[in-house]
Design a protein around this ligand. Structure first.
Ligand SMILES: [Zn+2]
Ligand SMILES: [Zn+2]
Ligand SMILES: [Zn+2]
Length: 267
């Protein structure tokens, strides 16, 4: 039995797909649910140890997630890919420059740097009088492992239809945590690297048999999870078509769970 160290945690800041749940204009039962676990903001996680706080992706709900979870310090922001639901809270990182009186280390896949500069050019130009901008120390990533303080991180490829995505494998204390969002399939090298994780986080769009070209549905995600042999799996990036949290959770195999916003796991 693994010793639990409550000073290290892994938290789901957001577990929703690009539309979020409830979805604007939708009157389905899940979107009308009063269960907070059915309220899914855009996808993001944090990993926190004694000395390090890492965020993966800053979607459009990032500011609300920071307020809800009382996040006051960030040591590094990691990006998975350049899709609006993962990136468009970026400007709200400005406040951490102010709080920490320093530039913020940002890690992004090398393939997304040009899009980042095109869209967020103001972050690298001198602001006009009275204006502020986020100040970053940008690191572009290939698949070379790196570390943020004592947390070692492997970078892996994830297939998301025609879009490239990076996944991250975190080695935090004695735990191996693999975060693979916006996944349709995995190349063999990634399968080797994420196998036997203590915690696997995998995206799953909906609980029906329809197939999406860029995302796994729940059954496909369950099948892929079995192949990767993790101790525990959490599914994220969920639409309203995943169903009510409480009901879909009952249908899952014992070691697999639906994530929900605010779910915190000691690692
Ligand atoms: Zn709905
Ligand atoms: Zn995406
Ligand atoms: Zn997404």
């Amino acid at each position: 039995m693994k010793q639990i160290d409550i000073s290290k945690t892994f938290k789901f800041l957001g577990t929703g797909t690009s539309f979020g749940v409830p979805q604007i204009g939708c009157s389905c039962d899940v979107c009308q649910s009063n269960d907070p676990k059915d309220n899914r903001t855009r996808c993001s996680i944090s990993i926190v140890s004694e000395s390090t706080s890492i965020i993966v992706d800053t979607g459009p709900d990032f500011r609300q997630q920071c307020l809800r979870e009382k996040i006051t310090r960030i040591d590094a922001v990691l990006y998975t890919h350049f899709h609006a639901d993962h990136i468009f809270g970026l400007d709200d990182l400005r406040v951490f420059n102010y709080l920490q009186k320093d530039k913020l280390p940002v890690y992004m896949p090398d393939f997304m740097y040009d899009q980042f500069i095109q869209c967020f050019n103001y972050t690298i130009t001198k602001p006009g009088p009275g204006l502020t901008r986020p100040r970053f120390d940008i690191n572009t990533l290939s698949n070379k492992p790196f570390n943020v303080h004592e947390i070692n991180i492997d970078v892996v490829d994830v297939n998301h239809g025609e879009t490239k995505v990076k996944g991250y494998v975190f080695y935090c204390g004695s735990s191996k945590i693999s975060y693979l969002t916006d996944c349709k399939s995995l190349p063999p090298e990634t399968i080797e690297k994420v196998k036997n994780s203590d915690i696997l986080i995998l995206s799953a769009l909906w609980n029906d048999t329809n197939q999406h070209p860029g995302h796994l549905n729940l059954q496909e995600a369950i099948d892929l999870s079995r192949k990767l042999c993790p101790e525990t799996t959490y599914f994220t990036h969920l639409t309203h078509r995943i169903g009510f949290h409480i009901e879909t959770e009952k249908l899952l195999p014992n070691s697999m769970h639906l994530a929900y916003d605010g779910l915190t796991i000691n690692i």
